[in-house]
Design a binder for this molecule. Structure first.
Ligand code: GDP
Ligand code: IMO
Ligand code: MG
Length: 424
């Protein structure tokens, strides 16, 4: 089958952007199906770095159709900025980008609520990106959201915006003491956005299904990672969409029988941005070493990423809930200088072993990770060009990861450039 889904199998930022960029070469359509501009997907081409937030990473290849699916929540201001920035760098967006008419639109009251809710939560905050993602998905599920199709119909748009503002302003004023928003200002601003994006809005579900009928190669680009999935992640420290492979179907309008393979991207260690449990998190010394070697700072918010050892339980969980058929291991080079490397093979809670990834968040905060230790390879892998040339201990580490998580490795990445990729 000519379609495949690529997802993050940890907490996001596994290097999906780079891998999507590589796989895009052999794809015709690249589709983002969930999340919004909370994502930051980095692609480095000959030293030049591109960070994509909403537009599929496939846009950097000429002539590929890139689609923002119905499952994505779109901030038009962020989208326009991204289109303009890419265009200014010589990337042709106009002919190659389509947006689903069913995608929901983010409004200023969404990001304001995101921010105010986080402040109100105090120490219990989620650590969101404050991009209004959660509140926008809340409106979608509450059936009051405003979609791209509504933006095309000025009367419907105006009615829906008025109704929403009535409710949102009351909440903003009475619960959070914020002055609220004026209809006229938002209406005018969004009519401006409408002019700039209306040409991209299409029935993308039909377009994708027709492409599959013609055996076109379709690549689904996941955002965030499995542990941020609203159902299967470390709830409530998650994002508000399904970042697992199932999201590709609901977020694009393609049936499960049309999905061929599922690739899980994993870092050779683990990172997460934001609050919440992280059983294998490093202590300060190692945290600093890996954070600086791996340049672990958020691509969207610039926040330092929390780093830790590779956690087999979460990746096994990802393999199960997404039906991952193969994994890609990124950032192997970041571990180059370590004498010893640990892999978490299980957790203990109150002296008892956990057989599977626990759903109870309090348990997750208090589990004791169980480790297996492997010797490091203590040499530079960033210039290596084939899997067979990797140091023996690096191969041993990768094989062990693969065995433990129960999925074969299809690619290994040893640097951010396209050429620093070893195909198996
Ligand atoms: P994404 O959200 O999964 O696309 O990942 P991000 O782009 O947010 O973060 C991954 C970061 O790691 C980016 O800065 C990439 O350029 C970089 N990167 C990707 N693969 C590798 C690799 O194998 N080695 C190193 N050193 N950096 C990598
Ligand atoms: P990519 O696609 C890493 C995290 C936030 C926070 C939680 C909820 O680059 O992997 P949200 O703003 O989504 O409501 O925040 O999710 N988060 C990410 N962490 N990479 C991302 O995207 C993320 N998108 C959201 O830090 O903990
Ligand atoms: Mg990222």
């Amino acid at each position: 089958m000519s379609s495949s889904v690529v997802i993050g199998a940890q907490w996001g930022d596994e290097g999906k952007g780079k891998i999507i960029d590589i796989l895009s070469e052999n794809s015709d359509y690249i589709i983002r199906y969930q999340g919004g501009n909370n994502a930051g997907h980095t692609v480095v081409i000959d030293g030049e770095s591109f960070i994509l937030h909403l537009i599929p990473s496939g846009i950097l290849h000429k002539g590929k159709t890139c689609i923002i699916g119905n499952g994505v929540v779109v901030n038009p201001a962020a989208l326009i900025e991204e289109i303009e920035k890419l265009s200014a760098r010589g990337i042709r967006v106009e002919k190659n980008l389509l947006i689903s008419e069913q995608a929901h639109i983010i409004f200023p009251y969404h990001w304001k609520m995101d921010e105010l809710r986080e402040i109100a939560k105090g120490r219990k905050k989620i650590g969101t990106t404050k991009r209004g993602i959660g509140p926008c998905y809340t409106d979608k599920v509450s059936r009051c959201g405003i979609r791209m199709a509504d933006l095309l119909d000025v009367n419907i748009f105006s009615k829906k915006l008025k109704a929403n503002l009535k409710e949102k302003n009351a909440i903003l004023r009475n619960v959070y003491g914020f002055k609220g928003y004026s209809f006229n200002a938002i209406y005018k601003q969004y009519m401006n956005y409408r002019e700039k994006i209306k040409g991209y809005i299409k029935d993308t579900t039909l377009i994708i299904n027709k492409a599959l009928d013609k055996n076109k190669r379709v690549l689904f680009e996941g955002a965030q990672g499995t542990m941020l999935d609203v159902d299967f992640g470390t709830y409530p420290y998650v994002t508000s969409s399904n970042s697992t492979a199932g999201g590709a179907c609901t977020g694009s309008g393609v049936g499960p029988s049309r999905i061929g393979k599922v690739t899980g991207v994993v870092k050779a260690y683990t990172t997460r941005v934001g609050e919440g449990p992280f059983p294998t998190e490093f202590s300060d010394k190692l945290m600093n070493i890996i954070r600086h070697k791996g340049k672990e700072f958020g691509a969207t918010t610039g926040r330092p990423r929390r780093c830790g050892w590779f956690d087999t339980l979460i990746v096994k969980h990802a393999v199960m809930v997404s039906g991952i058929t193969e994994i890609v291991v990124t950032k192997l080079d970041v571990l180059d200088g370590l004498e010893k490397i640990k892999i978490c093979t299980g957790y203990k809670y109150k002296g008892k072993s956990c057989k599977a990834f626990p759903a109870n968040i309090e348990m997750l905060f208090n589990v004791k990770p169980q480790y297996e230790e492997l010797p490091g390879w203590m040499s530079d892998t960033s210039g290596i060009q084939s899997f067979n040339k990797l140091p023996r201990n690096a191969v041993r580490y990768l094989k062990r990861l693969s065995d433990l998580v129960g999925a074969k490795i299809s690619m290994v990445s040893v640097g951010s450039e396209r050429k620093q990729t070893l195909k198996l």
